[in-house]
Design a protein around this ligand. Structure first.
Ligand SMILES: *Cc1c(COP(=O)(O)O)cnc(C)c1O
Length: 453
């Protein structure tokens, strides 16, 4: 029998990250300088990011990148993460499907984001920087980055979307406990923040706006660079540890996933989980179905456009070709479940556009139905983001029950939901509703796309 929890040994931990771009025939489109419309050079990108990370961002060809020893040591504090066989859930659903999940919530930050945070902090330290700046929405990325910065003795400046700053005081305090400096965004500490405040007085902020402030803070302070917790190719590469561990564990126990499911905000956990499996598919060695799950209230893959767009509201970051709803898109205020970024990783976007993976959007009440069911049956209280993947894993398992197929399903359980209890409270009080943007609303935010091939 397959154990309830498969833990690899320290020796079996991946020693290299995998860069799926190396196996893609059509590479993601190059990122462009918003001023000239030309591909960004390493010099330009190094103005914003640490040089080594800028190199990783532009590297479409190197398949395996050695994980530096200091990062491997840190990974050992909380990795390997378990691959769990959801026997209880299978039984409750009465499905012939076999369900596995890779659980990334076993660290204080409570999510997979630490896998990239520690890598980015390492390269910043190695470059001799004083510190890094970043944005955070719900707070998981900011928390992960403050842990990583504390480990390497770096200063950490976090611009936190104002509504979360006010509604998630505990996340804020975890960050401050790890020594981070947390500013609610938009703020009057940056030029772009002051402009946004003047244009939208009383705004509670957005991720795109916090990114603009963090980038400005980095490029205007000596010894600081900007770091980002999702969307970028380098982040997907760091997150490949999830997929590499999962694949080693699957191979060891002869588990052959048919369907691999991940929630998709900017695409980093999904990109990391599927990377090595996608590599096999791209090389013609195996076949899998990959499903990206996004909220119906922020449906970039299922209803967005594949086009060049700004990554931030202030339009200071390079342009990226991606599935996007337009950089001015803001999910409805009743959306509680995270995954609210307007765009999607250019790697995921290209794979999806080529038909190598599928996407599905789900409504938040059905996501919380799945979250609650999972918490009661499997014991772990999932993050709302992760619960999008749980929803579709359950749907696929129920389909197997109808057809009698014994499919093997693997999904990413990206984190725990202890800091998301306001959202659970809304659900428990029956006050959660679904909002799906109309075509007119999407057309409006898509109208702001820059006019580039
Ligand atoms: C940030 C986050 C996500 C979404 O980000 P991706 O980059 O799409 O992976 C999903 N789950 C959790 C728990 C998160 O913190």
């Amino acid at each position: 029998m397959i154990p309830y929890k498969i833990y690899l040994s320290e020796d079996e931990l991946p020693k290299q990250w995998y860069n799926v771009r190396a196996d893609m025939k059509t590479k993601p489109a190059p990122i462009l300088d918003p001023a000239t419309g030309k591909p960004v050079t390493l010099e330009q990108l190094s103005g914003i990011f640490c040089t080594e990370l800028a190199k990783q961002e532009l590297d479409n060809d190197t398949p395996y990148i050695d994980i530096p020893g200091e990062i491997l040591d840190f990974y050992k504090m909380y990795r390997p993460s378990p691959l769990v066989r959801a026997y209880f859930l299978e039984k409750a659903l009465d499905t012939p499907a076999k369900i596995y999940y890779k659980f990334e919530g076993n660290n204080t930050s409570g999510s997979h984001k630490l896998n990239s945070a520690i890598a980015q902090a390492y390269y910043a330290k190695k470059q001799g920087l004083k510190g890094v700046t970043t944005e955070t929405g719900a707070g998981q990325w900011g928390t992960a980055l403050s842990m990583a910065c504390a480990y390497f003795g770096l200063d950490c400046k976090v611009y936190m979307v104002k509504v979360s700053y006010e509604q998630k005081p505990f996340r804020r305090e975890v960050m401050r406990t790890y020594g981070a400096n947390v500013t609610p965004s938009p703020s009057d500490t940056t030029k772009v923040g002051r402009e946004i405040l003047a244009k939208f007085p009383g705004t509670t902020g957005s991720l795109g706006c916090a990114i603009s402030e963090a980038v400005e803070a980095a490029v205007t302070s000596d010894g600081y660079k900007y770091v980002l917790g999702s969307v970028l190719a380098q982040v997907l590469q760091h997150q490949s540890v999830i997929g590499l561990e999962a694949m080693t564990a699957c191979d060891k126990y002869d588990i052959k996933p048919d369907i691999i499911i991940g929630c998709a905000g900017g695409g980093s956990n999904l990109g990391g989980l599927i990377a090595p499996f996608m590599g096999r598919k791209l090389r013609g060695e195996a076949d899998y179905r990959f499903i990206a799950v996004e909220p119906a209230s922020c449906p970039s893959l299922t209803r967005g456009k594949y086009a060049y767009d700004f990554c931030d509201t202030g339009m200071v970051c390079p342009l990226q070709k991606m599935y996007t709803l337009g950089s001015g898109f803001m999910p409805s205020p009743n959306h509680a479940g995270g995954l609210r970024y307007h765009g999607m990783s250019s790697i995921i976007s290209e794979l999806y556009d080529e038909g190598l993976m599928e996407a599905r959007s789900v409504e938040q009440t059905s996501v919380f139905d799945a979250a609650t069911m999972f918490a009661r049956i499997e014991g772990t209280l999932p993050a709302p983001e992760s619960s999008h993947a749980i929803r579709v894993a359950i749907d696929e398992a129920l389909r197997c029950k109808e057809t009698g197929e014994e499919k093997t399903i693997l999904f990413g359980l990206t984190g725990t939901g202890y800091f998301d209890m306001v959202a659970y409270q809304k659900y428990n009080d029956g006050e959660m509703s679904d909002y799906i943007p109309t075509d007119e609303e999407l057309a409006k935010s898509l109208a702001s796309l820059p006019n580039i091939g």
